[in-house]
Design a protein around this ligand. Structure first.
Ligand code: SF4
Length: 523
């Protein structure tokens, strides 16, 4: 195994064992820093308070990179979403490794500036830096694309004292060589769920998508045994909550998912407590009853689907062919009835969108019972076909937040930019107003058939849910603007779907988060 051989401690030249500024045989001090996420729909910050968690998930990329660093290095990880980066941390470090997505850009700039002031070497990688390396002149070393390919070369050169500024690769990594993330570097109890990755790449070709731009169309997968080993590690560390498979499309390689991954997960669950799974998948999941059945038996209860728009014209415009010629409401209901709660991604602002598009989108979302609807304005991310198309048409504006649900866009609309932003704000305000939101929750609960997941529920997890429920009574049922809708939902659920009461309370809490984000940052 190339990575393992490369990381063998005995292979490291003296420069690693006696880093500059340190005497004797002291190990290199590497500080891994994860920049802060802004307060957006995706942060779930206002919902996390109910379960006393500080962030949704720990930084999977950095934890995986940590597992690829030389065993002799001394590592410390600071996730600025859950703890402050202190001057003492920077004083301890010989070098600082930063990984980030576009949405974390403001925090990245602050962290890099602090590292420069402290005279620390900054090494950066991840989607933000890979998409636009020319924007990071203050970073010492850019280790781009997939770390499995570029990190070994950087480490070799760094050890020899001749590290270059940029490391890239035009190839795609073999995930069967990806190590188990270093979960031991974070305090798991600070997070609401754990991330895990089975595959990278997606066979589809949506023109706004930066996943395929960076990770390709051929889904590359881990062996099922690797996934089980990662779950074992999390379980051994005491984790009993949710696990989110961060694959951009878990079913990109359906054959292996059905034959290897899901049977292995079903087997793994036997006799274990807790752990429910969520993931992202394309809408064609709804065509495959056997696959949905395997997924729910394996423990999946939630799936995020990029639905984008009910407009055939807009779907054709962005080459989202897999969503065309379908009844997307019927597909959503099939998923819900199979035991998969559907969360949906939606986009407003296609060239072909008419004035009626926002209302059509609102009607679709209400009818489908997609409670968590992530609606954003179309953005052209660097490296995508859409970005190139807009650049050629002279319709790009500098910047772009990278947050696809904050109501901003870097595309000059064909007409009426202010009208589009206004329509977006109005749409979000209506979708997350208590009456409409709670109506969607009831629509979902009516359709949803909860899977009978094998495995006992963990008592600690149950206690956490009970406390969240009590806090929801106080904050939503007594003090909240949504209190009438809250109690109507509780009463309706007790009478009609009593088994789904915990789900109803959880969705009420999420509704509070979405309403807060809408009121604070969008409306
Ligand atoms: S289905 Fe999702 S991951 Fe695949 S290309 Fe389209 S947007 Fe990207």
């Amino acid at each position: 195994m190339v990575v393992g051989r490369f990381l063998a401690a005995s292979a490291w030249p003296a420069a690693f064992r006696t880093p500059a500024g340190r005497g004797g045989d002291s190990a290199m001090h590497a500080l891994l820093v994860y920049p802060e996420f802004p307060d957006t729909f995706w942060s779930f910050k206002h919902a996390l308070r109910f379960v006393r968690k500080q962030s949704s998930t720990p930084p999977l990329g950095l934890l995986t990179v940590a597992a690829m660093l030389p065993p002799a290095w001394d590592l410390r990880l600071v996730d600025t979403n859950v703890q402050a980066l202190t001057d003492a941390d920077l004083a301890w470090a010989d070098c600082v490794l930063v990984s980030a997505m576009a949405v974390q850009r403001p925090s990245v700039d602050r962290i890099v500036a602090r590292c420069r002031d402290a005279g620390r070497t900054v090494i950066a990688g991840g989607p933000l830096f890979t998409a636009q390396p020319e924007q990071f002149g203050a970073v010492d070393h850019l280790v781009l694309n997939e770390a499995e390919l570029t990190l070994p070369a950087f480490l070799r050169d760094f050890a020899a004292g001749r590290a270059q500024r940029i490391y890239r690769s035009a190839e795609f990594a073999d995930l069967t060589r990806t190590p188990i993330p270093r979960w031991d570097l974070v305090r798991l109890s600070r997070y609401a769920s754990m991330p895990l990755q089975y595959s990278r790449g997606c066979p589809f070709d949506c023109d706004f998508c930066d996943v395929t731009a960076q990770l390709g169309h051929r889904p590359r997968i881990k062996a099922a045994g690797q996934v089980i080993a990662e779950l074992d590690r999390l379980y051994d560390l005491g984790w009993r909550g949710g696990v989110f498979f961060v694959d951009d499309n878990l079913i990109g390689n359906k054959r292996n998912v059905k034959r290897e991954l899901l049977p292995a997960l079903i087997e793994w669950r036997r006799g274990r407590r807790g752990l429910s799974f969520g993931t992202q998948a394309s809408i064609n999941l709804a065509d495959d009853a056997a696959l949905m059945d395997l997924m729910t038996r394996a423990g999946f209860d939630t799936v995020f689907v990029g639905i984008e728009t009910p407009s055939a014209g807009a779907l054709a415009e962005c080459s989202k062919k897999q969503n065309l010629n379908r009844d997307l409401v019927a597909d959503t209901r099939r998923l819900q009835r199979a035991g998969l709660q559907v969360q949906g991604g939606f986009i407003l602002g296609f060239d072909s969108d008419s004035e009626a598009a926002p209302q059509r989108l609102a009607d679709f979302i209400q009818k489908s019972g997609i409670v968590m609807a992530m609606v954003g304005l179309l953005q052209a991310l660097p490296g995508t076909r859409l970005h190139e198309r807009m650049r050629k048409a002279g319709r790009l504006v500098v910047g772009g937040s990278g947050d696809n649900v904050d109501g901003t866009t870097n595309i000059v609309p064909l007409a009426g930019g202010d009208g589009l932003r206004e329509a977006y704000r109005d749409l979000l305000g209506r979708l997350y107003a208590p009456k409409a939101y709670y109506r969607r929750v009831r629509a979902l609960l009516r359709e949803y058939r909860p899977p009978r997941i094998k495995g006992r529920i963990d008592p600690g997890y149950l206690r956490q849910q009970a406390l969240a429920c009590a806090r929801s009574v106080l904050r939503l049922g007594i003090a909240g603007r949504e209190r009438v809708e809250y109690w109507k939902l509780i009463a309706w659920t007790i009478v009609r779907r009593p088994r789904l009461l915990p789900m109803a309370v959880t969705l009420a809490i999420y509704g509070y988060h979405f309403r807060m984000i809408t009121e604070l940052h969008i409306a």
